[in-house]
Design a protein around this ligand. Structure first.
Ligand code: PXL
Length: 276
């Protein structure tokens, strides 16, 4: 059985970060270790959330794992709460990367043109430096714009514009770039990918739903990382991740009393498992 470690916060209520990564990747048949970077009462779209930083626990956890000679097939980082955590992740990559360890960085920090509460442009620049070390990065269009320090365009861009973003992101150092939330027409949205080594582009587009929910980026990243570890090609992993998110959104809005803070991905887990 493959073993992944995912490093991101635990928002106790909110269906994002660890509360989606753990169930999804485990359901995909992969042992899922975690490092919680912070404990929040909810994700940061709620008012009045609590936030306990766990930066000081990271080094002792890693030291213990080194002593126990615990190794990982993949390291997947998501929401990181401070500059120091970014530095600690660089060290972790150096200490825990073996031949074949996949370094998967979701530069989770922004959406819809805005940084999440508490993040700054300087943090985005520092996140771009962490992303340099990755085999795969999975930014959305907003995160890509912040990482490249270019204005965010909501729409009205063309293929050349997105290809240029992909090439520029790969030039930062990551081997492969998976860019989410690309949309050239009102009814379709999807993912464009670029392999910096082969210089090949690929894409997967699907229907655009008139809803937007928190946590879908984390769900996409979790399915994608899990599928890659299960041996799916990058194209198939991206398509499965995108399809799963679409199905989860549809399952959510079917229920008129659905919550506003996250999607009902749980009901789509049988589809996910059946797709492997
Ligand atoms: O889903 C991304 C995410 C992760 N973690 C926390 C967040 C968010 C988005 O708002 O607030 C704490």
């Amino acid at each position: 059985m493959k073993r992944i470690v995912t490093v991101q916060d635990i928002s106790c209520v909110g269906k994002c970060s660890l509360t989606v990564a753990l169930p999804i990747i485990s359901a995909m048949g992969i042992e899922t270790a975690v490092i919680p970077t912070a404990v929040l009462s909810t994700h940061t779209a709620f008012k009045g959330f609590t936030f306990r930083d766990l930066t000081e626990d990271i080094t002792p956890i890693l030291d213990h794992w080194k002593k126990e000679k615990i190794i990982f097939d993949a390291i997947y980082t998501g929401y990181l709460g401070s500059f120091r955590q970014l530095e600690l992740m660089k060290k972790m990559f150096g200490d825990f990367k073996n031949d074949g360890t996949l370094i998967f960085v979701d530069p989770c920090m922004a959406d819809n043109g805005n940084l999440y509460p508490g993040f700054t442009k300087e943090f985005a620049a520092a996140m771009a430096k962490l992303a340099c070390l990755a085999d795969i990065i999975v930014p959305n269009m907003t995160e890509a714009s912040f990482m490249l320090n270019i204005p965010y365009k909501d729409s009205g861009y063309d293929l050349k514009y997105v290809e240029n973003i992909l090439v520029e992101l790969a030039a930062l150092g990551a081997k492969k770039v998976i860019l989410k939330g690309v949309s050239f027409e009102s009814k379709k949205i999807g993912v464009m990918c670029y392999d910096g080594e082969t210089k090949a582009f690929s894409s997967y587009f699907h229907e655009k739903l008139p809803f937007s929910f928190h946590g879908t980026g984390d769900i996409f990243a979790s399915v994608c990382a899990g599928a890659l570890l299960r041996g799916l090609s990058e194209e198939k992993a991206v398509a499965l991740a995108a399809d799963f998110v679409v199905r989860a959104i549809k399952a959510t809005v079917k229920n008129q009393n659905h919550n506003w803070y996250g999607v009902d991905f749980e009901s789509e887990i049988p589809f996910l498992v059946g797709s492997l």
